[in-house]
Write a protein that binds this ligand. Sequence first.
Ligand code: PMP
Length: 405
Amino acid sequence: AENWDKVPLAPPDSIFQLTAAYKADTFPQKINLGVGAYRDDDGKPWVLPVVKKATDRLFSDPNLDHEYLPITGLPEFVSAAAKLILGADAPAIREGRVVSVQTISGTGANHLGALFLSRYYQFNGERQVFLSDPTWVNHFAIFRNVGIEPRTYAYYDPQTIGLDFAGFVRALERAPSRSVFLLHACAHNPTGVDPTEEQWAQLAEVVQRKGHYAFFDSAYQGFGSGDLERDARAVRYFAGRGVPMVVCQSFAKNAGLYGERVGALHLISATREKAERVRSQMSVLQRSEISNPPGYGARVMALIMNDAGLFGEWKRDIETMAGRIIEMRKELYRLLTEELKTPGDWQHIVQQIGMFSFTGLNTEQSKALVEKAHVYMTSNGRISMAGLNSKNIKYFAASLDAAVR
Ligand code: PMP
């Protein structure tokens, strides 16, 4: 017998379960603030105009074929992707020290990065990775899958609904030297709380002094500030100081290419010679995992990133998305503090950045919003700001007000 009766039934993924419950709900004013996907002011998925244009260009090319891409990906995509996150004039790129591999979006980049570390990183003692508390829940499974035990470091302070900077620094100081720390490059998921520039500089100092390894996850470049360059600052600062690092990059959110699975992994080595060895082993790993990455999304992004006109249009589309989210933050803050006089301090709504906001609501209040108000959100109090729009924000603010009174 195959013994599948010993397979325990796993709980469904909470975010996707939330979406299913939302879809089944017939209440007219229902709102989905669960999943982190951008919606326009009509609550609809948004195909970026630049993506539409690039797609049309791609499919009108009579030479387009469906051959395999190279194992490490479409060269003109991965090189442009590296410049996007590390900077067009990054010394590490110029010196041939960056190994860039096309991946199955950000999840695949995290996986390949974790797999590479599990094979080749010389752990100082335990095979462990330090994750922010809280973090994107998938980080735990991704590292466990490759035999690296996740630990957490202090990050979010529920008292201030902000960063526990002292706790973060303490965790870096106390961890064994040469530990691996996963850092969210910008627009932290799920809290929306990022270190300031000065705090990043102090964190980098400790990371470097302790010889830690920085595992950057960049899933929201552009979504934080609306500016691709600005949102890459932390990564570039660490790279500039020579901190050993890898960067996981996703184009799901900033190009709205969620289902096309466009991403890359960039590993910076100390020398070109080391990078060549890393590249050879990355190819071996990639071959056994997916053989060749998918073509479509990478071709679209290669067109956009390598054409000055399209690149400019992309930046404007990103500003449109980030700008609308920032507007929603301001409007929610205004409704709560001025119109409804909701008890509590709601500063964090406008201070947090990116797709998500940690409202500070507890489990009970979050559940009440789902059950009583048909506002679908995770029980940790996180809301996707992108799910709010000019038509539903008043209803949401009133429901939030009712839940905390
Ligand atoms: N990292 C973080 C922090 C995320 O929030 C996400 C998306 N939810 C990802 C990685 C990966 O997303 P994807 O695989 O769709 O690029």
